[in-house]
Design a protein. Structure first.
Lengths: 531, 327
């Protein structure tokens, strides 16, 4: 059979056009898949409930681009002389194919034509190795397919995205009974969601900075609880998560936390005032609460961020009996403002301070004073830690010295006030900075002797935030802290200093630093600390 | 119409010719090949080398092997054009005096222009017409030169005093320029043996005729070359021009003028002749590479900077070859 050079040329041309189309298609498939992944992520992020059918339309981007590119590559006719010379170079055939093409194109009778045809026929058996898909095209193809698959996964399995993380872990964690995880992980934005616009401005800021951290924290916590892991491991993970998050987002600042505390206190104050007004009205004309009054109460209770107060407010709002309403009003007022419910404690403290005028001061002023004291607490805590560290280096052994008479007096004075032995400062002025002696409370029976060195098990009730979240911001980073119910307070932090000491030993902390660490946590868990 | 038989015969003839020359000329295979290529391409060749390297012997051997008329012109400063082309002289025949043309040494088949750069430009230019048009004009009469015709010129690159560099127009008329190098030790020993023992060097018997040469020239012209390779040759020549888009940086920096269209013709024809001598039936890239430098090295005119820095044209051509893509 005679060698058909025309057919040979046609095969070469078709193969080249096919491969060129494939090359274009693979390249655009790759770029299209990148666009597809981006679009998929955008769709999933912006519209989590996007219909699957609509979402899958995004897959048409790379497919349609690849199809168009293939057609474009196929439709362009190749420059045959150059193509044949390329093929000659690839086959190392000494330009015979292109020379034969030249002879045939010119149509001249030549003695070389038959010889060239015979030579080309001999090399035409494996000419296809001269036109192959480049490795780069295969790379584009692989990457493009991978991109499309990733886009499919994003579109079909949206649960893997953070937006789809359920908020159920909060309820489950509370039901687990291990510890009030919500007090650790429940961030400010839960309260911020129900806060008024005026109050919620700083909360929104906090929500922005901690939203991603919150989602991850909730997910992690729920996972840990489901696995029945210990509190320590949860705290360790939360601590790790917090450290990792710091590298990406700025952690909530003390100012933001102060804003949160202020907003909650304002809500508590407003709720208290409304309750008092209702109490006066009930004394004048006993009748059930109106719908509007009930709703206002619920809103204000929600802004306090205190579930117990919310529960009591709900009970009050749903109570039809005016007598019961009066009792619940009184209970709720006492819950919101214990100082007003225990007037015997304040006069004693006021007398000791020699400031009798404060006894007659309006309650709102006291609350405001607590807030200022809280701010001072945060500021002074950082300063004191720094000062103590400096003092330790300068006065080696001073931390273990016997207390001076003045110290003993101060300690004695504090015990007489009913405070715990956890001391914030040796100077009585410092006590005033952290809320004064008025704010100090607790049981002095369990107190060790003044100046006693060593770790003891302490209870530190917190009052910043309904669930002590401000305290937790400071003490949850790897601290063996637990919370226990308290009769007069919503939560009580229990710091196991013996365990802390063993943990610090395991982590290789020097002995001389243990005392500083212990005093740090004593400071930040001071009873009535900062409020 | 050339037959395959003609092709086979011509190929065999030139193989014999090469063998005959190789029996006399030791080494310098490339020089011999360039001479044959020029003969096949209807061109002329310029040999550059110091005296005593066998340039004259090569030309005499080639002429003897071809059985063609050989002329040697020793160029000197006082050589006049009439000494080359000839002149009209008064002759007396049957009592009548008349002018008759006495042909100069340029009338031959194989012309050796020895040390061509020693003559004045006026005398050098006497060769221009013969080299390109294969004609000689004396007075009002033009004489055609007999084919095959080839001028093989030599020049000494060292001795510059009393020499006149060839003008560009004349240099461009040489198809190829080849450098005759000093023989290596083995070849030098063989040269001494052939010249000092036995009967000495004997010029070969004629192994080809003028008709064989003319037939071979037709065959060479018929050898196909791909259009893409023609384009490639065009890009190569354009790349020697500093103003061209194809030229590399060194060409732009050191070259004043690049190759002329004659250079492109020389490349195509030289590649075809090289393919023929190699027994190929089409031009390959290797054939172009084999004659690339020889066809272009004497056509590059360096600028002042290139001359001052002593840049070698061969270096520039290497750059051109390496930077010019086949496709």
């Amino acid at each position: 059979m005679r060698f058909d050079f025309s057919r040979f040329l046609l095969e070469i041309e078709h193969r080249l056009r096919r491969f060129r189309g494939l090359s274009f298609a693979c390249r655009l498939l790759f770029y299209g898949s990148i666009a597809c992944v981006a679009v998929s992520l955008g769709l999933r992020w912006l519209t989590p409930n996007l219909a699957l059918g609509v979402a899958l339309l995004a897959l048409l981007i790379p497919v349609s681009l690849a199809a168009a590119a293939f057609l474009l590559g196929w439709s362009r006719r190749p420059d045959l002389p150059h193509l044949l010379l390329q093929l000659d170079d690839q086959l190392d055939s000494g330009a015979r194919i292109s020379s034969l093409y030249e002879v045939r194109t010119r149509g001249q009778a030549s003695i070389f034509r038959e010889q060239l045809e015979a030579l080309v026929e001999s090399i035409s058996t494996d000419w296809k190795r001269g036109i192959t898909l480049p490795n780069r095209t295969l790379g584009f193809l692989s990457a493009g397919i991978a991109g499309v698959l990733i886009a499919c996964a994003i579109l079909v399995f949206p649960v893997s995205l953070p937006m789809a993380v359920s908020s159920e872990p909060l309820a489950q964690s509370e039901a687990s009974g291990q510890m009030p995880i919500s007090s650790i992980t429940e961030p400010a934005q839960d309260n911020a969601r129900t806060a008024s616009d005026e109050v919620s401005a700083p909360l929104d800021l906090s929500e922005e900075t901690t939203s991603s951290q919150q989602d991850a924290t909730e997910e992690l916590t729920q996972t840990q609880l489901d696995k029945g892991l210990s509190l320590d491991s949860i705290l360790d993970n939360l601590s790790t998560l917090s450290r990792g998050q710091k590298q990406v987002d700025a952690p909530p600042t003390s100012e933001e936390l102060m804003d949160l505390a202020e907003a909650q206190e304002q809500a508590r104050q407003a709720l208290s005032e409304m309750l008092m007004e209702l109490q006066e009205r009930m004394q004048n004309s006993p009748r059930p609460l109106t719908r509007q009054e009930s709703q206002s109460l619920k809103n204000l209770a929600a802004q306090t961020g205190d579930p117990e107060i919310e529960q009591q407010t709900d009970d009050l709002a749903n109570e039809p009996n005016p007598d019961q309403i009066g009792e619940k009003l009184q209970d709720l007022i006492e819950e919101l403002d214990p100082d007003s419910a225990k007037p015997e404690a304040s006069p004693k403290t006021s007398e000791e301070n020699g400031n009798g005028s404060e006894q007659e001061a309006p309650r709102s002023t006291e609350i405001s004073g607590d807030q200022e004291a809280g701010q001072r607490f945060l500021e002074r805590t950082a300063e004191q830690l720094e000062e103590q560290a400096n003092a330790e280096t300068e006065q080696d052994g001073d931390s273990h010295r016997q207390p001076s008479p003045q110290d003993e007096d101060d300690s004695q004075e504090t015990r007489e006030d009913g405070s715990t032995d956890i001391r914030m400062a040796d100077d009585p002025d410092d006590l005033s900075q952290f809320g004064g002696k008025e704010g100090i409370g607790g049981d002095s029976d369990d107190d060790p002797a003044p100046g006693e060195v060593g770790f003891i098990r302490e209870e530190a009730p917190s009052t910043i935030g309904a669930e002590g979240e401000l305290i937790n911001e400071f003490v949850t980073k790897g601290v063996p802290i637990e919370m226990a119910p308290s009769e007069d307070r919503t939560d009580t932090h229990i710091i196991d200093f013996e365990r802390m000491e063993s943990i610090l030993h395991e982590r290789g902390l020097p002995e001389e630093a243990l005392d500083s660490v212990r005093r740090y946590f004593e400071l930040i868990t001071q009873p009535e600390g900062g409020s | 119409m050339i037959s395959e038989q003609d092709f086979q015969t011509a190929a065999a003839t030139f193989e014999r010719l090469r063998s005959a020359i190789a029996e006399v000329i030791v080494g310098n295979e490339e020089i011999v090949r360039f001479a044959l290529i020029s003969l096949l391409c209807k061109g002329n060749v310029l040999f550059e080398g110091v005296p005593g390297l066998g340039k004259t012997l090569l030309v005499r051997t080639l002429a003897g092997a071809l059985g063609l008329k050989f002329s040697r012109i020793q160029f000197t400063p006082d050589l006049m054009p009439a000494d080359i082309v000839g002149t009209d002289i008064i002759t007396e025949e049957s009592g009548h005096r008349q002018f008759s043309f006495a042909a100069g040494p340029i009338f031959g088949n194989v012309i050796l222009a020895d040390e061509i750069n020693r003559a004045t430009p006026k005398t050098q230019s006497a060769l221009l017409e013969a080299m390109e048009e294969r004609t000689v004009t004396v007075g009002a009469k033009t004489y055609a030169l007999e084919e095959p015709y080839i001028v093989l010129a030599t020049q000494n690159p060292i001795e510059m005093e009393g020499t006149y560099p060839l003008p560009e127009a004349q240099v461009d008329r040489f198809l190829l320029k080849a450098k005759v190098t000093f023989p290596n030790l083995d070849n030098l020993v063989r040269i001494t043996e052939r010249n000092t023992e036995g009967t000495g060097i004997q010029l070969p018997e004629a192994t080809a005729t003028a008709s064989d040469i003319l037939t071979a020239r037709q065959i060479v012209r018929a050898i196909p070359i791909a259009a893409a390779l023609r384009e490639y040759i065009g890009r190569l020549v354009l790349a020697t021009h500093p103003e061209s888009e194809y030229s590399p940086a060194q060409i732009k920096e050191y070259v004043e003028y690049g190759g002329s269209p004659r250079a492109a013709i020389a490349l195509v024809m030289g590649a075809k002749a090289h393919a023929f001598l190699a027994g190929e039936i089409n031009v390959r890239r290797d054939d172009i590479e084999a004659v690339f430098k020889a066809a272009l090295t004497h056509r590059l005119v360096l600028n002042f900077r290139g001359e001052a820095e002593g840049v070698s044209p061969d270096t520039l051509l290497d750059e051109v070859w390496n930077k010019t893509a086949t496709n």
